[in-house]
Design a binder for this molecule. Sequence first.
Ligand SMILES: Nc1nc2c(ncn2[C@@H]2O[C@H](COP(=O)(O)OP(=O)(O)O)[C@@H](O)[C@H]2O)c(=O)[nH]1
Ligand SMILES: [Mg+2]
Length: 196
Amino acid sequence: MIIKNPKFEISCVSPKQYPTSNLPEIVLVGKSNVGKSSFINTMINRKKLARTSSEPGKTRQLNFYNIDNKFYFVDLPGYGYSKMSKKQQEQVGKFTESYLLKRKQIALIIFLVDIRHKPTENDKIMYNYVISSKLPFIILANKADKIAITKVNEAKNAIQNELNPIGDAICLPFSSERKIYIDDVWNEIKKEIMEI
Ligand SMILES: Nc1nc2c(ncn2[C@@H]2O[C@H](COP(=O)(O)OP(=O)(O)O)[C@@H](O)[C@H]2O)c(=O)[nH]1
Ligand SMILES: [Mg+2]
């Protein structure tokens, strides 16, 4: 996939600020520090269009990245960041919840978890939330570079069994560090947005 002109468009703290175009949106969901911003940079092959951080909990807005005027990547605030006050966490939670429930042009949710760990309680809450939204989604087991390549399948299956024991959800490994499995994710995106 060749991306010509990816642009950061807007950081929103209220629905009034959402872009008014009807371009499809691909939404990144996952706990703080799991690699949502890095994922965007990796997919569009830019080093730092999306702001990444080794300090979790930085993103509190919805950040919209316009990809060649064809679709948006939307970087949601991460959850499970204990240094944010309860009140702030609630506000951020409500804001993202209403985005997921009300935004009509969401084409795909990309739900990121860490391939090294069992999904956390917060991951499970969020996963159930994704399910109940009835929107198309895939699970990405990220940071696959952190385990031996021979263990990737096993670890990915363990995550799938934990979150989705019926096994009807698509779960793929991913690594921004090694830039692997990118084409598999583009294939899933193209299933939902044919015209890219
Ligand atoms: N080893 C490894 N580190 C990653 C990967 N993706 C992100 N990171 C690192 O994890 C940290 C958090 O990444 P970031 O994209 O800011 O996470 P976000 O909070 O979910 O947006 C940064 O230090 C990244 O360099 C990956 O696939 N492999
Ligand atoms: Mg981020």
